[in-house]
Ligand binder design. Structure first.
Ligand code: SAT
Ligand code: MN
Length: 591
């Protein structure tokens, strides 16, 4: 009751909104989160008592918990995610759209009384280092203590964020309720013109941790466009060479395509001996803006990792594995007989319980962990976490990388010849779908800049925004495209990937420094294999040809499809991008 009074006594925007929401959702209690250990301990105790969390083996995984979500609530739901702009064309063909009034009406009836018997948590958070001018704040109201515990790991949550909000006066409003977890009563609505999000009926990561995809990508994409910065679905890593110089690279891959693995890469032994080091700034989201020197400076708006568990192992990502040995929330993984978290690809043990909590044994034909099972852990737990991740001004970006999952056609790496070409390379990105969203897996779709599910406005305007960075005085990063997922005729991956991706990063940085050769082709500059350090990597003749060559006829057909894709955006598509597509199509046709 005292907290109701607190709301009523203050007329600032936040308190008023909290009061309005309380009047609609009718919770039994309101709790303002301060982010403290005491608060978290109490929430965890409550979730252990009601079964929301299950304690894992304290000896092997101290302070770590398992959460089993509703089996119908395991991934983002793109078909239920809407951008509600006044003008439909502002959302563009890349988004599902609903008129703001209609969406508000619909959500109001869902939220009406939905928190009866529950506690309503008010979660102030800051996306980005708390003292960075690039950071932005929000407040999520939720009835899910699981969401609160995850937001505490993924964002700078609590008292410091509230103080910044009080100072700045502006924040993104996010309203969330798990409702009854009925997929027919599930919507994730964005109102960018009002900096507002409303999410009902899901407790899953990207649908419910509103600071992440909803705020830091979809809503922030509008702010970025208006304010002249780039809001991207990118990891950020630092690469220190033997001379002690560090370059930072930002890379966009669709969900569940290895961003976390690349961000935490451990270089092959030879590189380590020579003194190469990788540091991690972020694994999912990147906000970057031009500095006074014309370079792009980036921050990671998040404070933790919400990573895909399956496939994470000592071989694929030792840094991630080390990070999640303690203080971790696991969602939808399997469990071993001694109560340790387990997922496919971790090791050869056979778990005894699957992600739904059912008995599991070696004869089972379904995966034990859900393919989109996740870990939530603070970035501070990661051995490669960079101290510069907290730098208020961000880190200068030397290279931008785009990449997708492409079994055929697309070579290991190529470099865009200039910024405009690079924007087309990003806009033309294609990738096979993964379990990170509901729907079919393995279907090739266009996923420009890996932002298809996350750009909160018309892609044509977004490409135009990207192009606008190329102006006098700008010292823009070089742009590359990679494909770690090329397969041979036999269906095997041709490139070893993981730590060996260091070899490709090294070539990129040599290109940045003007120290490596490349072969100019219509699709971009391909490495001469002699310029890539392949010591210790065994590649078949087929692998060499497919990873480093390019198939002119195949690319001519790809460019036809890219042209058709760009046309979907009609007259809004920037001429410069259409022109670039025409130029390359022509070059491909003249042989
Ligand atoms: O959408 S989530 O943030 O839950 C994970 C992802 O798809 O990248
Ligand atoms: Mn992501």
């Amino acid at each position: 009751m005292s907290e109701y009074k607190r709301s009523a006594s203050s007329l600032d925007a936040l308190n008023q909104w909290v009061l309005e929401v309380a009047q609609l959702a009718k919770p039994d209690r309101i709790h303002w989160c301060d982010g403290s250990d005491v608060e978290n301990d109490a929430l965890v105790a409550q979730m252990l008592a009601d079964g929301t969390l299950i304690k894992l083996n304290e000896r092997t995984h101290p302070d770590s918990y398992l959460h089993r979500s509703h089996p119908d609530d395991v991934a983002r739901v793109e078909h239920l995610t809407f951008v509600c702009t006044s003008d439909r064309d502002d959302a563009g063909p890349n988004n599902h759209w609903m008129a703001p009034d209609q969406a508000r009406q619909q959500m109001k009836s869902l939220f009406d009384g939905c928190m009866k018997g529950r506690t309503m948590y008010v979660v102030p958070y800051c996306m980005g280092p708390i003292d960075s001018p690039l950071s932005r704040c929000g407040v999520e109201i939720t009835d899910s203590p699981y969401v609160v515990a995850n937001m505490r790991i993924m964002t700078r949550m609590g008292a410091a964020a509230l103080a910044r909000i009080e100072r700045e006066g502006s924040f993104v409003k996010g309203l969330h309720s798990t409702g009854e977890l009925d997929p027919d009563r599930r919507f994730i609505m964005h109102f960018p013109e009002d900096l507002e999000i409303q999410s009902f009926g899901s407790g899953y990561g990207g649908n419910a941790l509103l600071g992440k995809k909803c705020h830091a990508l979809r809503i922030a994409s509008h702010q970025a466009r208006k304010e002249g910065w780039l809001d991207e679905h990118m990891l950020i890593l630092g690469i220190e060479n033997p001379k002690g110089e560090t370059h930072y690279v930002a890379a966009a891959f669709p969900s569940a395509c290895g961003k976390t693995n690349l961000a935490m890469l451990i270089p092959p032994e030879g590189y380590r001996k020579d003194g190469w080091k990788i540091s991690t700034i972020g694994d999912d989201i990147c906000w970057m803006r031009p500095g006074k020197d014309g370079r792009l400076y980036a921050i990671n708006p998040e404070a933790g990792f919400f990573g895909v568990a399956p496939g994470t192992s000592e071989k694929s990502n030792p840094n991630a594995l080390a990070s999640i040995q303690q203080n971790t929330i696991f969602t939808n993984v399997a469990v071993t007989d001694d109560n340790q978290p387990w997922w496919e690809g971790l090791d050869k043990r056979v778990p005894v319980t699957d992600w739904k909590g059912n008995a599991y044994d070696a004869s089972a034909t379904h995966p034990a962990a859900h393919p989109n099972s996740r870990f939530t852990v603070s970035a501070k737990e990661c051995p490669s976490y960079s101290p510069h991740a907290e730098d208020a001004q961000g880190v200068p970006i030397s290279a931008i990388v785009f990449g997708g999952r492409r079994a055929s056609l697309v070579p290991l790496v190529f470099e865009a010849r200039d910024w405009t070409h690079g924007v087309l390379v990003g806009a033309a990105m294609g990738s096979e779908t993964t379990a990170a969203a509901t729907g079919a897996v393995g279907v090739m779709r266009r996923d420009p800049m890996a932002m298809k599910p996350f750009c909160g406005y018309n892609f044509a305007d977004y490409f135009d925004h990207w192009l606008s960075f190329d102006k006098p005085g700008a010292k823009l990063p070089k742009i590359f495209h990679v494909n770690w997922f090329r397969k041979g005729e036999g269906g095997d991956f041709l490139w070893p990937g993981f730590g060996d991706n260091m070899r490709v990063l090294e070539w990129m940085l040599k290109r940045v420094d003007g120290a490596a050769g490349a072969v100019e082709t219509p699709i971009g500059n391909l490495p001469d294999p002699v310029d890539i350090n392949l010591d210790g990597v065994e590649l078949t003749a087929e692998a060499r040809e497919k990873l480093f060559g390019y198939d002119r006829a195949g690319w001519a057909s790809e460019f036809e499809h890219i042209g058709e894709y760009l046309q979907e955006y009609g007259a809004r598509m920037p001429d410069a991008l259409n022109g670039e597509q025409t130029r390359i199509t022509h070059e491909l046709s003249i042989g």
